[in-house]
Design a protein around this ligand. Structure first.
Ligand code: GDP
Ligand code: MG
Length: 382
Protein backbone atom coordinates (compact mmCIF):
# COMPACT_ATOMS: atom_id res chain seq x y z
CA UNK A 1 0.00 0.00 0.00
CA UNK A 2 2.94 2.32 -0.34
CA UNK A 3 3.74 4.56 2.55
CA UNK A 4 0.86 4.59 4.91
CA UNK A 5 0.05 5.14 8.53
CA UNK A 6 -1.44 2.12 10.10
CA UNK A 7 -2.76 1.46 13.54
CA UNK A 8 -3.59 -1.93 14.90
CA UNK A 9 -7.29 -2.55 15.28
CA UNK A 10 -7.07 -2.79 19.07
CA UNK A 11 -5.72 0.72 19.52
CA UNK A 12 -8.04 2.77 21.78
CA UNK A 13 -9.81 5.50 19.83
CA UNK A 14 -8.22 8.42 21.64
CA UNK A 15 -4.70 7.10 21.60
CA UNK A 16 -2.29 9.48 19.96
CA UNK A 17 0.31 8.71 17.37
CA UNK A 18 2.15 6.40 19.74
CA UNK A 19 0.58 3.34 18.22
CA UNK A 20 1.02 4.37 14.63
CA UNK A 21 3.26 2.33 12.42
CA UNK A 22 4.69 3.86 9.30
CA UNK A 23 4.82 1.35 6.55
CA UNK A 24 7.29 2.29 3.88
CA UNK A 25 7.42 0.90 0.42
CA UNK A 26 10.28 -1.56 0.53
CA UNK A 27 11.62 -4.34 -1.56
CA UNK A 28 8.82 -6.82 -1.97
CA UNK A 29 9.77 -10.44 -1.86
CA UNK A 30 10.27 -11.82 -5.30
CA UNK A 31 8.87 -15.24 -5.89
CA UNK A 32 10.31 -17.96 -8.03
CA UNK A 33 11.43 -15.86 -10.88
CA UNK A 34 8.86 -13.20 -10.24
CA UNK A 35 10.48 -9.94 -9.27
CA UNK A 36 8.81 -8.28 -6.35
CA UNK A 37 6.98 -5.55 -8.12
CA UNK A 38 4.54 -3.06 -6.85
CA UNK A 39 4.96 -0.36 -9.41
CA UNK A 40 5.56 -0.32 -13.08
CA UNK A 41 9.26 0.31 -13.28
CA UNK A 42 11.22 3.50 -12.87
CA UNK A 43 9.24 5.53 -15.37
CA UNK A 44 6.12 5.18 -13.26
CA UNK A 45 7.71 6.57 -10.15
CA UNK A 46 7.31 9.99 -11.63
CA UNK A 47 3.53 9.67 -11.63
CA UNK A 48 2.19 11.28 -8.50
CA UNK A 49 -0.33 9.07 -6.77
CA UNK A 50 -1.92 10.25 -3.55
CA UNK A 51 -1.45 8.16 -0.43
CA UNK A 52 -5.08 7.43 0.09
CA UNK A 53 -7.13 6.45 -2.89
CA UNK A 54 -10.88 6.64 -3.06
CA UNK A 55 -12.93 3.94 -4.76
CA UNK A 56 -13.18 6.27 -7.75
CA UNK A 57 -9.41 6.81 -7.81
CA UNK A 58 -8.88 3.07 -7.91
CA UNK A 59 -11.45 2.48 -10.62
CA UNK A 60 -10.29 5.31 -12.85
CA UNK A 61 -6.60 4.57 -12.28
CA UNK A 62 -7.02 0.91 -13.17
CA UNK A 63 -9.16 1.71 -16.21
CA UNK A 64 -6.56 4.20 -17.40
CA UNK A 65 -3.88 1.54 -17.10
CA UNK A 66 -1.98 3.45 -14.42
CA UNK A 67 0.38 0.76 -13.17
CA UNK A 68 1.00 2.27 -9.76
CA UNK A 69 -2.74 2.34 -9.10
CA UNK A 70 -3.11 -1.14 -10.61
CA UNK A 71 -0.49 -2.51 -8.21
CA UNK A 72 -2.21 -0.81 -5.29
CA UNK A 73 -5.62 -2.09 -6.37
CA UNK A 74 -4.21 -5.61 -6.35
CA UNK A 75 -2.70 -5.03 -2.92
CA UNK A 76 -6.15 -3.88 -1.84
CA UNK A 77 -7.92 -7.02 -3.07
CA UNK A 78 -5.19 -9.12 -1.47
CA UNK A 79 -5.68 -7.50 1.91
CA UNK A 80 -7.20 -9.51 4.72
CA UNK A 81 -8.36 -6.48 6.65
CA UNK A 82 -12.16 -6.20 6.78
CA UNK A 83 -12.01 -2.45 6.09
CA UNK A 84 -9.93 -3.01 2.95
CA UNK A 85 -12.19 -5.84 1.82
CA UNK A 86 -15.16 -3.51 1.86
CA UNK A 87 -13.39 -1.00 -0.39
CA UNK A 88 -11.99 -3.79 -2.54
CA UNK A 89 -15.43 -5.21 -3.20
CA UNK A 90 -16.76 -1.78 -4.16
CA UNK A 91 -13.84 -1.30 -6.56
CA UNK A 92 -14.38 -4.76 -8.05
CA UNK A 93 -18.07 -4.14 -8.48
CA UNK A 94 -17.35 -1.08 -10.56
CA UNK A 95 -14.64 -2.85 -12.55
CA UNK A 96 -16.72 -5.94 -13.30
CA UNK A 97 -18.27 -4.60 -16.52
CA UNK A 98 -14.76 -4.29 -17.95
CA UNK A 99 -13.55 -7.77 -17.03
CA UNK A 100 -13.53 -11.07 -18.89
CA UNK A 101 -11.85 -9.84 -22.05
CA UNK A 102 -8.65 -11.84 -21.77
CA UNK A 103 -7.53 -15.33 -22.46
CA UNK A 104 -6.47 -16.87 -19.15
CA UNK A 105 -3.68 -19.40 -19.45
CA UNK A 106 -2.45 -21.58 -16.59
CA UNK A 107 1.05 -23.03 -16.78
CA UNK A 108 2.09 -25.95 -14.65
CA UNK A 109 4.99 -28.38 -14.37
CA UNK A 110 7.55 -29.39 -11.79
CA UNK A 111 10.07 -26.84 -10.53
CA UNK A 112 12.86 -26.62 -13.10
CA UNK A 113 10.66 -27.57 -16.05
CA UNK A 114 11.13 -24.06 -17.38
CA UNK A 115 7.79 -22.43 -16.62
CA UNK A 116 9.26 -19.03 -15.79
CA UNK A 117 11.61 -19.11 -18.77
CA UNK A 118 8.73 -20.12 -21.03
CA UNK A 119 6.53 -17.32 -19.68
CA UNK A 120 9.28 -14.82 -20.29
CA UNK A 121 9.67 -16.04 -23.89
CA UNK A 122 5.96 -16.24 -24.66
CA UNK A 123 5.18 -13.02 -22.80
CA UNK A 124 7.87 -11.10 -24.70
CA UNK A 125 6.63 -12.44 -28.03
CA UNK A 126 3.08 -11.42 -27.23
CA UNK A 127 4.10 -7.96 -26.05
CA UNK A 128 5.98 -7.50 -29.34
CA UNK A 129 2.77 -8.35 -31.13
CA UNK A 130 0.94 -5.64 -29.23
CA UNK A 131 -0.73 -7.74 -26.56
CA UNK A 132 -0.80 -6.62 -22.96
CA UNK A 133 0.36 -9.47 -20.78
CA UNK A 134 -0.16 -9.91 -17.04
CA UNK A 135 1.86 -12.62 -15.33
CA UNK A 136 0.63 -13.94 -12.00
CA UNK A 137 1.80 -16.72 -9.74
CA UNK A 138 -0.37 -18.89 -7.57
CA UNK A 139 1.08 -20.72 -4.63
CA UNK A 140 -1.60 -22.11 -2.38
CA UNK A 141 0.88 -24.45 -0.74
CA UNK A 142 2.90 -21.90 1.13
CA UNK A 143 2.00 -19.05 3.36
CA UNK A 144 5.38 -17.43 3.03
CA UNK A 145 6.96 -16.40 -0.23
CA UNK A 146 9.82 -18.63 -1.14
CA UNK A 147 11.75 -19.51 -4.21
CA UNK A 148 11.44 -22.71 -6.15
CA UNK A 149 13.48 -25.74 -5.34
CA UNK A 150 15.27 -26.12 -8.63
CA UNK A 151 16.88 -23.94 -11.22
CA UNK A 152 15.48 -20.65 -10.17
CA UNK A 153 17.60 -18.75 -12.60
CA UNK A 154 15.18 -16.47 -14.29
CA UNK A 155 13.85 -13.30 -12.79
CA UNK A 156 11.89 -12.57 -15.93
CA UNK A 157 14.28 -9.68 -16.34
CA UNK A 158 13.41 -8.98 -19.94
CA UNK A 159 9.67 -9.23 -19.52
CA UNK A 160 9.57 -7.22 -16.30
CA UNK A 161 11.04 -4.26 -18.18
CA UNK A 162 8.51 -4.47 -20.98
CA UNK A 163 5.91 -1.72 -20.82
CA UNK A 164 3.20 -4.08 -22.07
CA UNK A 165 3.81 -6.59 -19.29
CA UNK A 166 2.86 -6.62 -15.66
CA UNK A 167 4.28 -9.20 -13.27
CA UNK A 168 2.86 -9.99 -9.88
CA UNK A 169 4.16 -12.58 -7.41
CA UNK A 170 1.85 -14.96 -5.59
CA UNK A 171 -0.29 -13.54 -2.83
CA UNK A 172 0.93 -14.98 0.41
CA UNK A 173 -0.79 -15.96 3.53
CA UNK A 174 -4.03 -17.52 4.45
CA UNK A 175 -5.94 -20.56 3.38
CA UNK A 176 -6.16 -22.17 -0.01
CA UNK A 177 -9.49 -20.43 -0.42
CA UNK A 178 -7.90 -17.12 0.51
CA UNK A 179 -5.14 -17.42 -2.08
CA UNK A 180 -7.70 -18.51 -4.68
CA UNK A 181 -9.92 -15.52 -4.01
CA UNK A 182 -7.01 -13.11 -4.20
CA UNK A 183 -5.75 -14.60 -7.46
CA UNK A 184 -9.17 -14.62 -9.09
CA UNK A 185 -9.84 -11.05 -8.14
CA UNK A 186 -6.38 -10.04 -9.33
CA UNK A 187 -7.23 -11.55 -12.73
CA UNK A 188 -10.33 -9.36 -12.87
CA UNK A 189 -8.43 -6.22 -11.92
CA UNK A 190 -5.81 -6.92 -14.60
CA UNK A 191 -8.50 -7.46 -17.22
CA UNK A 192 -10.16 -4.18 -16.29
CA UNK A 193 -6.76 -2.54 -16.77
CA UNK A 194 -6.72 -3.78 -20.35
CA UNK A 195 -4.54 -6.86 -20.13
CA UNK A 196 -5.74 -9.27 -22.78
CA UNK A 197 -3.47 -12.20 -21.93
CA UNK A 198 -3.15 -13.49 -18.37
CA UNK A 199 -0.41 -16.05 -17.76
CA UNK A 200 -0.55 -17.83 -14.43
CA UNK A 201 2.38 -19.90 -13.20
CA UNK A 202 1.64 -22.55 -10.62
CA UNK A 203 4.06 -22.89 -7.76
CA UNK A 204 4.58 -26.00 -5.79
CA UNK A 205 2.93 -29.25 -6.66
CA UNK A 206 -0.26 -30.90 -5.57
CA UNK A 207 -3.18 -28.68 -4.87
CA UNK A 208 -2.05 -25.81 -7.07
CA UNK A 209 -2.81 -27.54 -10.39
CA UNK A 210 -6.45 -28.03 -9.54
CA UNK A 211 -6.70 -24.53 -8.13
CA UNK A 212 -5.22 -22.91 -11.21
CA UNK A 213 -7.23 -25.11 -13.58
CA UNK A 214 -10.35 -23.76 -11.89
CA UNK A 215 -9.48 -20.18 -12.82
CA UNK A 216 -8.15 -20.46 -16.38
CA UNK A 217 -9.45 -21.11 -19.88
CA UNK A 218 -6.42 -22.99 -21.17
CA UNK A 219 -4.18 -25.18 -19.06
CA UNK A 220 -0.66 -25.96 -20.26
CA UNK A 221 1.46 -28.73 -18.79
CA UNK A 222 5.21 -28.30 -19.29
CA UNK A 223 7.26 -31.48 -19.20
CA UNK A 224 10.87 -32.49 -19.67
CA UNK A 225 12.56 -35.39 -21.33
CA UNK A 226 15.08 -37.54 -19.61
CA UNK A 227 13.18 -37.58 -16.36
CA UNK A 228 10.71 -40.34 -15.70
CA UNK A 229 7.15 -39.34 -15.14
CA UNK A 230 7.43 -40.32 -11.51
CA UNK A 231 10.39 -38.06 -11.05
CA UNK A 232 8.40 -35.26 -12.62
CA UNK A 233 5.64 -35.90 -10.14
CA UNK A 234 3.19 -35.99 -13.00
CA UNK A 235 0.20 -38.04 -12.25
CA UNK A 236 -2.31 -39.13 -14.81
CA UNK A 237 -4.75 -36.78 -13.13
CA UNK A 238 -2.65 -33.75 -14.04
CA UNK A 239 -2.36 -34.87 -17.66
CA UNK A 240 -6.13 -35.03 -17.73
CA UNK A 241 -6.36 -31.38 -16.69
CA UNK A 242 -4.17 -30.21 -19.57
CA UNK A 243 -5.29 -28.67 -22.87
CA UNK A 244 -1.77 -29.09 -24.23
CA UNK A 245 1.35 -30.91 -23.15
CA UNK A 246 4.55 -29.09 -23.99
CA UNK A 247 7.94 -30.75 -23.83
CA UNK A 248 10.39 -27.96 -23.09
CA UNK A 249 14.16 -27.77 -23.54
CA UNK A 250 13.94 -29.23 -27.03
CA UNK A 251 17.31 -27.79 -27.94
CA UNK A 252 20.89 -28.99 -28.48
CA UNK A 253 21.46 -32.65 -27.76
CA UNK A 254 18.07 -32.90 -26.14
CA UNK A 255 16.06 -32.10 -29.25
CA UNK A 256 15.88 -35.63 -30.63
CA UNK A 257 14.79 -36.99 -27.26
CA UNK A 258 12.19 -34.28 -26.91
CA UNK A 259 10.67 -35.20 -30.27
CA UNK A 260 10.57 -38.87 -29.23
CA UNK A 261 8.96 -37.93 -25.91
CA UNK A 262 6.37 -35.94 -27.80
CA UNK A 263 5.37 -39.09 -29.70
CA UNK A 264 5.13 -41.02 -26.43
CA UNK A 265 2.94 -38.42 -24.78
CA UNK A 266 0.77 -38.08 -27.86
CA UNK A 267 0.12 -41.83 -27.61
CA UNK A 268 -0.75 -41.62 -23.91
CA UNK A 269 -3.04 -38.65 -24.50
CA UNK A 270 -5.11 -40.62 -26.97
CA UNK A 271 -6.34 -42.79 -24.12
CA UNK A 272 -7.16 -39.98 -21.74
CA UNK A 273 -10.35 -38.03 -21.36
CA UNK A 274 -9.78 -34.58 -22.90
CA UNK A 275 -9.85 -31.72 -20.40
CA UNK A 276 -12.09 -29.60 -22.58
CA UNK A 277 -15.10 -30.84 -24.53
CA UNK A 278 -14.58 -30.64 -28.29
CA UNK A 279 -10.85 -30.09 -28.01
CA UNK A 280 -8.09 -32.64 -28.51
CA UNK A 281 -5.16 -32.23 -26.13
CA UNK A 282 -1.98 -32.49 -28.18
CA UNK A 283 1.72 -32.84 -27.37
CA UNK A 284 4.21 -30.26 -28.60
CA UNK A 285 7.86 -29.36 -28.15
CA UNK A 286 9.58 -26.04 -27.62
CA UNK A 287 12.71 -24.41 -26.34
CA UNK A 288 12.07 -21.53 -24.02
CA UNK A 289 15.72 -20.58 -24.41
CA UNK A 290 16.02 -20.48 -28.23
CA UNK A 291 12.38 -19.54 -28.71
CA UNK A 292 11.70 -22.40 -31.12
CA UNK A 293 8.12 -23.62 -30.89
CA UNK A 294 6.90 -20.69 -28.78
CA UNK A 295 4.91 -19.03 -31.57
CA UNK A 296 3.45 -22.44 -32.46
CA UNK A 297 2.11 -23.04 -28.96
CA UNK A 298 0.51 -19.60 -29.01
CA UNK A 299 -1.23 -20.58 -32.26
CA UNK A 300 -2.55 -23.64 -30.46
CA UNK A 301 -3.95 -21.42 -27.70
CA UNK A 302 -5.54 -19.08 -30.24
CA UNK A 303 -7.06 -22.02 -32.07
CA UNK A 304 -8.38 -23.36 -28.77
CA UNK A 305 -10.03 -20.06 -28.08
CA UNK A 306 -11.59 -19.90 -31.54
CA UNK A 307 -12.92 -23.47 -31.41
CA UNK A 308 -14.28 -23.30 -27.86
CA UNK A 309 -15.80 -19.84 -28.33
CA UNK A 310 -17.59 -21.11 -31.40
CA UNK A 311 -18.93 -24.17 -29.59
CA UNK A 312 -19.81 -22.15 -26.48
CA UNK A 313 -17.60 -24.32 -24.25
CA UNK A 314 -15.39 -21.33 -23.51
CA UNK A 315 -18.25 -19.35 -21.96
CA UNK A 316 -19.89 -22.35 -20.31
CA UNK A 317 -16.64 -23.09 -18.50
CA UNK A 318 -16.30 -19.52 -17.31
CA UNK A 319 -19.85 -19.57 -16.00
CA UNK A 320 -19.40 -22.81 -14.13
CA UNK A 321 -16.03 -21.66 -12.76
CA UNK A 322 -17.77 -18.60 -11.41
CA UNK A 323 -20.55 -20.55 -9.71
CA UNK A 324 -18.10 -23.12 -8.33
CA UNK A 325 -16.15 -20.27 -6.87
CA UNK A 326 -19.23 -18.74 -5.25
CA UNK A 327 -20.13 -22.00 -3.53
CA UNK A 328 -16.53 -22.74 -2.59
CA UNK A 329 -16.53 -19.42 -0.75
CA UNK A 330 -19.84 -20.23 0.92
CA UNK A 331 -18.40 -23.54 2.15
CA UNK A 332 -15.23 -21.86 3.32
CA UNK A 333 -17.28 -19.37 5.28
CA UNK A 334 -19.42 -22.07 6.87
CA UNK A 335 -16.36 -24.09 7.75
CA UNK A 336 -14.66 -21.16 9.43
CA UNK A 337 -17.91 -20.37 11.25
CA UNK A 338 -18.04 -23.89 12.61
CA UNK A 339 -14.45 -24.21 13.74
CA UNK A 340 -14.35 -20.74 15.28
CA UNK A 341 -17.67 -21.10 17.07
CA UNK A 342 -17.12 -20.67 20.84
CA UNK A 343 -19.41 -23.59 21.63
CA UNK A 344 -17.48 -25.88 19.26
CA UNK A 345 -14.10 -24.65 20.47
CA UNK A 346 -15.15 -25.38 24.05
CA UNK A 347 -16.74 -28.77 23.47
CA UNK A 348 -14.33 -30.20 20.92
CA UNK A 349 -11.50 -31.37 23.24
CA UNK A 350 -13.92 -33.31 25.45
CA UNK A 351 -15.71 -34.88 22.48
CA UNK A 352 -12.46 -35.77 20.72
CA UNK A 353 -11.15 -37.43 23.86
CA UNK A 354 -14.37 -39.42 24.26
CA UNK A 355 -14.01 -40.68 20.68
CA UNK A 356 -10.39 -41.65 21.26
CA UNK A 357 -11.30 -43.41 24.51
CA UNK A 358 -13.93 -45.45 22.72
CA UNK A 359 -16.75 -43.90 24.71
CA UNK A 360 -18.41 -42.11 21.82
CA UNK A 361 -19.03 -43.28 18.29
CA UNK A 362 -18.00 -41.01 15.43
CA UNK A 363 -21.63 -40.44 14.51
CA UNK A 364 -22.54 -39.47 18.08
CA UNK A 365 -19.52 -37.15 18.16
CA UNK A 366 -20.78 -35.39 15.05
CA UNK A 367 -24.18 -34.97 16.68
CA UNK A 368 -22.64 -33.46 19.79
CA UNK A 369 -20.38 -31.13 17.83
CA UNK A 370 -23.30 -29.90 15.77
CA UNK A 371 -25.32 -29.45 18.92
CA UNK A 372 -22.52 -27.37 20.33
CA UNK A 373 -22.54 -25.34 17.10
CA UNK A 374 -26.27 -24.84 16.86
CA UNK A 375 -26.97 -24.33 20.55
CA UNK A 376 -29.02 -26.95 22.32
CA UNK A 377 -31.31 -28.07 19.56
CA UNK A 378 -31.54 -31.80 19.40
CA UNK A 379 -30.20 -33.46 16.31
CA UNK A 380 -31.68 -36.89 16.09
CA UNK A 381 -31.76 -37.22 12.34
CA UNK A 382 -28.20 -36.89 11.30
N1 GDP B 1 18.39 -25.75 -22.36
C1 GDP B 1 17.27 -25.20 -21.89
N2 GDP B 1 17.20 -24.80 -20.61
C2 GDP B 1 16.05 -24.23 -20.18
C3 GDP B 1 14.93 -24.07 -21.03
N3 GDP B 1 13.95 -23.51 -20.31
C4 GDP B 1 14.41 -23.34 -19.06
N4 GDP B 1 15.70 -23.76 -18.98
C5 GDP B 1 16.54 -23.72 -17.78
O1 GDP B 1 15.97 -24.55 -16.78
C6 GDP B 1 16.13 -23.97 -15.50
C7 GDP B 1 14.79 -23.82 -14.79
O2 GDP B 1 13.99 -22.88 -15.46
P1 GDP B 1 12.81 -22.09 -14.75
O3 GDP B 1 12.15 -21.28 -15.81
O4 GDP B 1 13.26 -21.37 -13.53
O5 GDP B 1 11.85 -23.30 -14.31
P2 GDP B 1 10.51 -23.28 -13.42
O6 GDP B 1 10.91 -23.70 -12.04
O7 GDP B 1 9.61 -24.30 -14.04
O8 GDP B 1 9.94 -21.91 -13.49
C8 GDP B 1 16.84 -22.64 -15.72
O9 GDP B 1 18.20 -22.82 -15.48
C9 GDP B 1 16.58 -22.34 -17.18
O10 GDP B 1 17.59 -21.58 -17.77
C10 GDP B 1 15.05 -24.52 -22.40
O11 GDP B 1 14.14 -24.42 -23.21
N5 GDP B 1 16.25 -25.07 -22.77
MG1 MG C 1 9.38 -20.59 -11.98
Amino acid sequence: MGEERQRPEWVPGKAGDAYTTYIMEGVEGGHDGMPGQSGGGPSCLAVAVPRRLSVDDYVQGVRAGNRVVLARAITLVESNSPAHMETAQEVLKQLLPYTGGSVRVGITGVPGAGKSTFIEALGSLLCDRGHKVAVLAVDPSSSVTRGSILGDKTRMEVLSRNKNAFIRPSPSGGTLGGVTRKSRETILVCEAAGFDVILIETMGVGQSEVTVRSMVDFFLLILLTGAGDELQGIKKGVMELADAVLINKADGDNKIRALAAREDYARVLRYLQPATGGWTTGAYTCSAVTGEGIAEIWSVIEEFRRVTAESGVFYARRRSQMMDWVYAMVLEHLKAGFFNHPGVVEAAPRIEQAVLDGELSATMAVRELLNAFEGCRNRRNL
